[in-house]
Design a protein around this ligand. Structure first.
Ligand SMILES: [Ca+2]
Ligand SMILES: [Ca+2]
Ligand SMILES: [Ca+2]
Length: 234
């Protein structure tokens, strides 16, 4: 059992599982990407750093269309459906806090890529923010670079889960930071990876009873103090 609001949970480790499969097949045990994950059902906004069209440094190719990462499609043609090619950029996905002010519990993160053996390698750092400080990003994990070099196996999936409980709770936003590389160098390989879908699986966060009690007692104290002040003022 983790500690609510702390991520990764105390005593838990982030588990990275890699899959790769034949060139046009969707890698992984499900053989399909999710169309019901949080980036499709509870996404408030998606944005990226770096200028589209600036090529090598930010995105190897255009368009830097982030909607292709959250459309529930793995896609076929790598020219039109292979999405973005993040190099030295940060992608930010803000979740819908109007729908869930207490944030979201993240159980797994899956990132899919496909092009050929020269653009299927994955490497990035995942950061997250909590509803208590939505603009403060903390590191969840830096994945171990996964870069198959087999011409007949060029679809890749990196899946992140926790050894115990969810990856994080009370999450407001997620960031994927690419380009831990020297300036003007390519991304993990060949200028940029052709990412196709990011699935962030989870649900709205429901505070544990102890947290709810603490929260409730805090409100009670605040209310009591106000009442005292009000009485004194009379
Ligand atoms: Ca999806
Ligand atoms: Ca897609
Ligand atoms: Ca490769």
């Amino acid at each position: 059992m983790g500690v609510w609001g702390l991520s990764p949970f105390v005593g838990a480790a982030v588990i990275q599982t890699n899959y790769n499969s034949a060139n046009t097949a969707v890698p992984g045990p499900e053989s399909t990407v999710s169309s019901t994950d949080l980036l499709q059902t509870h996404l408030a906004s998606a944005s990226h750093s770096g200028d589209s069209g600036s090529g090598y440094r930010y995105f190897y190719e255009n368009p830097a269309d982030l909607s292709l990462l959250t459309d529930g499609q793995f896609g076929g043609s790598y020219d039109t459906e292979a999405s973005v090619f993040p190099n030295q950029v940060t992608l930010t996905f803000a979740l819908d806090l109007d729908a869930s002010p207490q944030g979201y519990t993240i159980s797994s993160i899956s990132t899919y890529a496909n092009w050929d053996e020269g653009r299927d390698g994955q490497a990035y750092t995942v950061e997250y923010s909590l509803v208590s400080a939505p603009m403060t990003f903390l590191t969840l994990t830096t994945i171990t670079t996964f870069n198959p070099d087999v011409s007949t196996e060029s679809s890749t999936l990196v899946r992140l889960t926790s050894s115990s409980g969810p990856l994080a709770e009370g999450v407001a936003s997620l960031r994927f930071v690419f380009g831990n590389y020297a300036a003007n160098q390519s991304a993990v390989e060949n200028g940029g990876t052709a990412y196709r879908e990011f699935d962030v699986v989870g649900a709205v966060t429901v505070p544990e009873p102890s947290s709810a009690l603490l929260f409730g007692s805090g409100l009670y104290l605040l209310t009591s103090r106000r009442s005292v002040k009000a009485r004194n003022a009379l």
